[in-house]
Write a protein that binds this ligand. Structure first.
Ligand code: ATP
Length: 604
């Protein structure tokens, strides 16, 4: 053996293969990482542009927007009488004997409008909440005009709150540039006190003796943020949990029967979704989305209220009037805004003013009987609108404004589409990256297993003298990896015959040993683990010999002898490296290989 280089052939070819594979993997991985980081930076840039456009759009439309929704007629004989309320473009016209009043709002939803129609108009403001602005959506109106219907929905017709929650989760799952977390709180402002609707079950109360444990106080931090002390805030990981908590809060609300509504809300119900967003290592942004179902404004005589119900009605009216004053002060940009006049406005103070977006949906009844309340509600809406009514703007300015709004709408739409495409691209690139990393680590594992393995099939691949050049060594290696046999190793006819009979008997011996070692049940089981182990081991052995010495047929495994069908021998060594190791390392299988080695060395 002197002067011969003994190279573990299996190891050599595997190392070469793995080396090449790993190099390719590494290249792919860094290219993919670069691609992902470029896509992410484009995504951040685009999202920033979209946010700016949305802010401009909302400012242009007015940071306090007012919609009006007309409830369908519910009275049986209403189809006989003509409604005093008509909708013309974004105007509501109220006609009565001798009077005609017109009110302009940002959007009118007539009696045929669906929950989906309303939600489509609400959606952009939700994006503002996700972008870090405090947002407040309020349902205002006379008792029984559909505030709870719009906010909560009924009979499977989901309202704004459940749809908004759904939208937030849906957006969070699609936006790969940021991580969002949400939490929910629900409270009720009842008769001037604040009650937590998500605390462990409390008995429903509708009395002047308030449940003291439910009274919580409102604090304002130095930065102007408002904290409702002790209010339950539940982290919501998924939509299902969010809906469960929301339903729980709804059930805890105080309601009562009135002449006007069988299930009249006797309080203001406020749902708060706290949104925390962090994007790419930057600091976390926190915003609040308030969804408020206000108690019904009502004429106390008309609702037939008395006693406690009357007191509740008075409390509701007082806080609604305080809300009107706050909105009016904000609209006129007064230095003093009277937030402290009611608990409702105190709680909402950091979500109504500067930097916040407010959407008020004013509900009206189409009925003749409610004309007085309808005019009152629409006057409230007029007061609340932050922008001047279209009537007061000149036609030219109106046109310019509409044009700019359309441009911004398009800009936002395009940016959103591009962001969606980018998201898809990032997801695809991340999946490829994961796959590459897995492949690379398994190649790495295979290589280190091979290096650390105590056994390797030693094969004489060449004869060199100590002065052989590195190039020559390379050649030898390359020959070995390509499975070619040096000419001097080619067997003579005699040796072939001798070898053939010897190897045949050796194979027999080995197979007998193998069968003894692995019970028949394991070997004959067509899909058992042992079966595949043997199959792979056979393949692996074939690599060591058949690829390097095909003519010698050193290990002609006869499939019928061990009951393995389709046991074709292939030369792809990498197919099952681990199983190959465990099989070949057994002394029982090493013995015949050793015989071959000796025979081969005797040829040199
Ligand atoms: N747009 C609508 N489409 C169908 N039904 C509606 C609509 N608006 C209201 N309703 C129905 O009218 C009734 C009263 O509605 P709702 O309870 O929502 O009024 P509300 O303004 O919340 O009253 P309250 O102030 O007394 O709580 C409900 O039965 C509701 O289903």
């Amino acid at each position: 053996m002197e002067g011969h280089v003994i190279v573990p052939l299996e190891k050599l070819s595997l190392e070469l293969n793995n080396g090449g594979i790993m190099l390719n993997h590494d290249k792919d991985i860094s290219a993919l990482q670069e691609e992902i980081s470029a896509l992410r930076s484009r995504q951040r840039h685009l999202d920033h542009r979209r946010q700016e456009a949305l802010d401009k759009l909302i400012d242009l439309k007015g940071s306090i927007r007012v919609f009006c929704r007309v409830r369908p007629s519910i009275s049986a004989n209403n189809f006989m009488t003509k409604s005093p309320v008509t909708v013309e473009n974004e105007k509501i016209v109220v006609r009565a004997v001798g009077i005609k009043k017109e009110f302009s709002v940002d959007r009118v939803f007539d009696q045929e409008s669906t929950q989906e129609d309303v939600f489509q108009e609400v959606k952009p403001i939700l994006r503002s909440a996700l972008d870090g602005h405090n947002v407040c959506i309020l349902a205002y109106g006379q008792t029984g005009t559909g505030k709870t219907y719009t906010m909560e929905g009924n009979n499977g017709k989901l309202g704004i709150v459940p749809r908004a929650i759904q939208e937030l989760f849906s957006h969070a799952s699609q936006d790969s540039s940021s991580t969002y977390s949400f939490s929910i709180s629900m409270l009720e402002v009842y008769m001037g006190t604040v009650r937590d609707l998500l605390t462990p079950r409390q008995p429903l109360f509708r009395s002047t003796e308030c449940n003291t444990s439910s009274i919580i106080s409102i604090l304002a931090t130095k930065s102007g943020a408002v904290e409702v002390e002790g209010l339950t805030d539940v982290a919501i990981q998924d939509l299902k949990k969010a809906n469960q908590w929301y339903c729980r809060g709804r059930r805890a609300r105080s309601t009562s029967w009135t002449n006007v509504n069988d299930v009249s809300s006797r309080s203001h119900c406020l749902t708060r979704i706290t949104i925390k967003r962090s994007s790419g290592g930057t600091t976390e942004e926190c915003s609040k989305l308030w969804l408020v179902d206000l108690g019904g404004s009502e004429r106390l005589l008309k609702t037939g209220a008395s006693g406690l119900t009357m007191d509740e009605g008075k409390a509701i009216n007082l806080s609604l009037s305080a809300l009107g004053d706050v909105i009016a002060a904000l609209r006129r940009k007064r230095s003093h805004v009277p937030y402290r006049n009611s608990k409702l406005t105190q709680i909402l103070s950091d979500s109504l003013g500067d930097g916040s977006k407010v959407l008020m949906v004013v509900h009206i009844s189409p009925s003749d009987d409610d004309i007085g309340e309808t005019v009152c509600s629409l006057s409230f809406a007029k007061r609340a609108r932050s922008i001047e009514s279209s009537k007061e703007l000149s036609e030219d300015i109106k046109k310019l404004k509409q044009k700019r709004i359309a441009e911004l709408d398009k800009e936002i739409c395009d940016a959103e589409q591009e962001l969606k495409d980018l998201n898809e691209q990032i997801k695809r690139a991340e999946t490829s990256l994961e796959e590459r990393k897995k492949l690379s680590s398994s190649a790495c594992q295979a290589l280190s297993d091979e290096k650390g393995s105590p056994r390797s099939t030693l094969v004489v691949v060449g004869h060199i003298d100590s002065a052989e050049s590195p190039q020559a060594t390379e050649k030898t290696k390359s020959r070995a990896s390509h499975g070619s046999v040096p000419h001097f190793m080619s067997p003579t006819v005699c040796s072939r015959q001798r070898h053939s009979s010897a190897s045949h008997s050796a194979t027999k011996t080995r197979l007998t040993k193998s069968v003894n070692r692995y019970p028949a049940a394991e070997l004959s089981g067509s899909h058992s683990f042992s079966y595949s182990s043997c199959k792979n081991a056979a393949k692996a052995r074939s690599v060591a010999f058949s690829s390097s010495m095909p003519k010698m047929k050193c290990l002609p495994l006869k499939s019928d002898q061990i009951n393995m069908s389709n046991n074709s021998i292939d030369s792809t060594a990498a197919s099952a490296p681990r199983r190959r190791e465990s099989f070949i390392s057994r002394p029982a299988q090493r013995a015949p290989l050793h015989q071959h080695r000796r025979r081969m060395s005797s040829l040199t």
